[in-house]
Design a protein around this ligand. Structure first.
Ligand code: CA
Length: 375
């Protein structure tokens, strides 16, 4: 995919929730389906639409929904057919929540931090600076109370929700000059959205909000000094390495960004139990597939960027990370204090993360340290 084509589809910020088709909930039909060796009987079929906050076939996140739709059709023997639409086709990338909530379409694939203005607590289900990594997020969702809390909050908006993808730990971003101490952020113009942006603002940087398609030209021309986007696989496609040579890690602001699959609550409840189980199973699969895709593709892309494109990989200095962590705590606590739901969700998040950190320290971290010991 050429950079221009790739960027053309990224109208996330620009497209408003206009152009919604006249489609209304009515996807449920009775159809006569016959299977070899079985008697012909009328079964309910579901002809659904899924809108995304990213372009159709977008690497990892968009491709994930192609797989999801194909597998749901196959597993349900055609009883559930899902047509997938990219950002801007039926609704803009930021119109996904309302379109599914209002039943204009049945399904949406997005990221819950986009809805911070509607549900501040939604940010905790997506990405928290210095928060949990993918494996911990999944533990909190599936095996503790994270997903129950998420569903409780979304039900008030007529939505049912599943975790449906994770980017893994993102990169810290592309910088035109090196970061040697915290003062290097003073006056630094950086594209970094969300809670991470609030942290950069708190340490004296200037946060610049840009539609995704505008980031590369702004960085290339020096209108901004730095930009974060995703990780090596996606960043290489945009060509950020042609605009800035320092590539910083770790992505302290997005340690494990979660994608969400939303289903209109009425549509969800209209499904017979076995089809609900089928969707649940397919959502689990797409959650794992996406994380695995990022793991595989990022590893290859990073190697290529460093080996073949002269990218200079840099780790943020420890004292910079300590300061970012300190400011992150304040910013996240502010969100937690913004309403009772945010406090409740964040308390649950924090409790899980603290327990998990103790275990992680003596399991994966200890193992990684052992592997990295000098020969
Ligand atoms: Ca990002």
């Amino acid at each position: 995919m050429k950079r221009r084509e790739f960027l053309a589809g990224l109208g996330i910020g620009a497209a408003a929730a206009t152009g919604v088709s006249a489609y209304t909930m009515g996807g449920r039909q009775a159809a006569s389906v016959s299977y070899p060796g079985k008697s012909t009987k009328a079964v309910a079929t579901f002809d659904w639409k899924l809108v995304m906050s990213w372009p159709l076939h977008f690497p990892a996140s968009g491709v994930a929904m192609d797989h999801f739709a194909a597998e749901v059709a196959e597993m349900s023997e055609g009883r559930i057919k899902i047509k997938v639409f990219g950002a801007g086709e039926l609704v803009g990338g930021l119109g996904v929540f309302d379109a599914v909530s209002q039943g204009t379409v049945e399904l949406g694939h997005s990221a819950s931090y986009y809805w911070a203005g509607k549900i501040p607590a939604a940010q905790f289900f997506c990405a928290v600076p210095f928060g949990m990594v993918a494996q911990e997020q999944n533990g909190w969702f599936y095996n503790a109370d994270g997903l129950d809390l998420w569903r409780e909050l979304y039900a008030r908006h007529d939505l049912y929700v599943f975790p449906a993808g994770n980017t893994g730990t993102q990169m810290g971003g592309w910088f035109r000059k090196e970061i040697n101490n915290i003062d290097d952020f003073k006056g630094l113009k950086m594209r970094i959205p969300g809670l991470g942006g609030k942290v950069i603002d708190a340490i004296g940087g200037t946060v610049v909000l840009l539609a995704v398609s505008e980031i590369f030209p702004a960085l290339e021309r020096g209108v901004i000094d730095a930009a974060e986007w995703v990780g090596p696989y996606h960043d290489r496609r945009v060509g950020f390495h042609q605009a800035a040579k320092y590539y910083y890690y770790p992505g302290w602001h997005e340690p494990g960004t979660v994608s969400e699959l939303m289903i209109n609550l009425q549509a969800w409840e209209s499904l017979p139990k076995e089809l609900q189980t089928l969707i649940d199973t397919a959502a689990y699969k797409v959650n794992l597939w996406t994380l695995s895709e990022f793991q595989a593709k990022n590893a290859e892309a990073l190697d290529d960027l460093v080996t073949n494109h002269g990218v200079l990989l840099r780790k943020f200095p420890d004292d910079v990370l300590q300061r970012l962590r300190e400011e992150s705590r304040k910013v996240v606590e502010e969100v937690a204090d913004s309403d009772a739901d945010s406090r409740r969700v964040y308390d649950s998040y924090l409790k899980f993360r603290e327990q998990s950190a103790s275990w992680r320290a003596i399991s994966e971290e200890a193992y990684a340290n052992a592997v990295n010991l000098p020969a």
